[in-house]
Design a protein around this ligand. Sequence first.
Ligand code: F6P
Length: 405
Amino acid sequence: MIDEKLYIVMMGLPARGKSTLASRLRDAFRRDDIPTRIFNNGNLRRMYRSLKETSLSEFYHPENDAAVEARKRFAKINMKMAKSYLRNSGQVAILDATNASRERRSLIEKFLTDYPILFIECVNDDEEILGLNIMEKTKLPEFSHLDRQKAKTEFVKRINYYRLVYAPLAVERNYVRLDSLHNKILEEKHSDTIGLYPRIRDYLVTDVVKNLFLIRHTETNYNIANRIGGNPLLTDKGITQAQSLGRFFHKLSLPYIFTSSKKRTMQTAQLIASGQKDCTIIPIKEFDEIDAGICEGMTYKSIEEKMPQIFHGREADKYHYVYPNGESYETMKLRIEVGIKKAFHLNRHSGNIMIIGHQAVNRMILSHFLYRREEDVPYIYIPQDRFYHIVSIQYKKLFEMKRYD
Ligand code: F6P
C-alpha cells in the first residue's frame, strides 16, 4: 500500500472531459482503498454566485477584473479545503477546474507546497464530440433560464475567453497531457517521484469495459419482399421478434439505445425500451443503411434483370462498388466511425451500449471492432434472430453471436 499523498490538478478548456475524468480517477482510487476527493471550482461558483451571472460569458472575460478576482477566490477556497483534506485522512485531492493560464497554475504551485502536484491536461479538439459536449452542457441547470441557442452561444464564447489565456502544460514539474477522447497519453513529465503514478497511468489509459450489443432491426415488409433500402415498418413477426429482444434485455440496464433515423430501427428500439426503467432512444443519422442510390426499393432480382451492369459490378467488388447516386461499403466507413464515436461518447457513463442498425451498417460496425479483410466485410453474417455481443476493453475485444428467443 502506497501511503504518499498527492494533489492532482486538472487542466484544459471547458467541455474537454475534465470532470468526467476526475470522477473516473476518484472512483478508481476509491476502489483501490485510496481516500480521494474532488474539489470543483465550478460547484463553488454555482453555489455562491447567481446563475444569471455565471452562465453568461462575460463572467469569464479575462479583463473582467471583478469576475477574475471572484474566480481566483473560489480557487483559493478549494485549495485550502484540499490542503486540509490531505492533512487529515485524505490521500489524493483532485482539483477540478480549467486552470488554463500559467498564472493560475503558478498560484497553485505557490500555495500547495506540502505534497507533490501532478497536472493532468485534457486535450480533445474533435469537433463532433465538442458539439455534443456543448449540447450536454447547455442542458444543465446553470443554463435553464436561457434558451438553448443563447446558452450555446454563451458557452462557446466562454470557451473562447479561456482560449485567450490558455497555455499548455510545459514548465510544470509533473504532468500528463492526455487525449481525453481516446484515453491516449500525448506527453508526460516527472520531476518528482510519484509512487502512485504507474497506477494513475493505468487508470488514464484503461477504458471502462463496454458491452456492446449490436442488433439488426427485426423483420420488415421489405425483407420479406427482398427489397432493399427504403423506410419500411416491421411486420407482425418483426414486432414479435422485437418484443422477445425486449424480454431478453429486460434485466440489463440500458440508459440509451442508439438507432439509425429509419423507422424499422426506431420501432425495434421502442419495443426493447418499453422493458427498461429509464432508457432514451437516440437516432444517429450516420447509422442509416447503405444508400443504394437509383436501386433503392428494388429487389436484387429486378436489379439483375434491369440493371445488370450494377448487379455484376457489385458482385465483382462489393466492398468498393458505389451504387449510382448512392454509396459503397468503403464510402460508408467514415460516417459509421463518426456514429460509433458519437454513441460511445454519449454512453460514456455506462458499461452497456446497444446499437440497432442495418445489415450493411452492422457489418461495418462489427469490422470496426474486430478486424476483417475488406473483401470479407460485405459478407459478414447479420441475422435478424440473433445479435452480436462485443466486449470491448482497450487493446482487447471479445465477441459472441447469441440467440435471443
Ligand atoms: O436487404 C436489407 C438491406 O439492409 C438493404 O437495405 C441493403 O441495401 C442491404 O441489406 C445491404 O446488404 P448487401 O450489401 O448484402 O446488399
